[in-house]
Design a protein around this ligand. Structure first.
Ligand code: ZN
Length: 153
């Protein structure tokens, strides 16, 4: 659905095709152990990214963010919990809510200066506040992570 499996390079974090035996960017050897389900921008989020009202800096940063459905990848360390949510009335389309959710998620990641978020969960809920008013909520949360500083030798 939202995730696809990629071979994530342990050295440079590039998402390679699952059939790749070497990283396309840096040539590191890849094995099945590097396979991670990844919410890649190439999927739904990629379509969303261009439509988001982000600043130029946020947009650039968002392109480099890693959004994973699995554990924190090698080369990164847990930093902060990340939350993003969006609330709307019942008439709002799923797609628009999702776009807003992704936008809030990117903003949150950007403001915390993270490299990405792992273990991402998206939870939809509906609440009714009397009479006919129904509110819909989308909550996204996960483990924000930062790259481990590599010593250049
Ligand atoms: Zn690489």
């Amino acid at each position: 659905m939202l995730s696809e499996v990629y071979r994530i390079c342990a050295k440079c974090a590039t998402a390679n095709e699952v059939t790749a035996n070497f990283c396309l960017k840096c040539g590191t050897k890849l094995t099945a152990a590097d396979e991670k389900p990844l919410l890649k921008h190439g999927g739904q989020f990629g379509d969303a990214l261009d439509k988001l009202s982000l600043t130029k800096e946020e947009h650039q940063a968002a392109k480099n963010l890693i959004i994973l459905a699995g554990p924190i990848p090698q080369g990164y360390v847990f930093s902060d919990m990340v939350y993003a949510n969006v609330e709307s009335d019942a008439s709002q389309s799923d797609q628009l809510m999702m776009t807003k959710l992704v936008q809030n998620l990117y903003r949150s990641l950007y403001s915390l200066q993270l490299s990405g978020v792992a273990n991402l969960k998206i939870v939809p809920t509906v609440s009714s506040s009397g009479l006919s008013s129904t509110r819909r909520h989308l909550l996204a949360y996960g483990d924000g992570f930062k790259a481990i500083a590599q010593s250049q030798s």
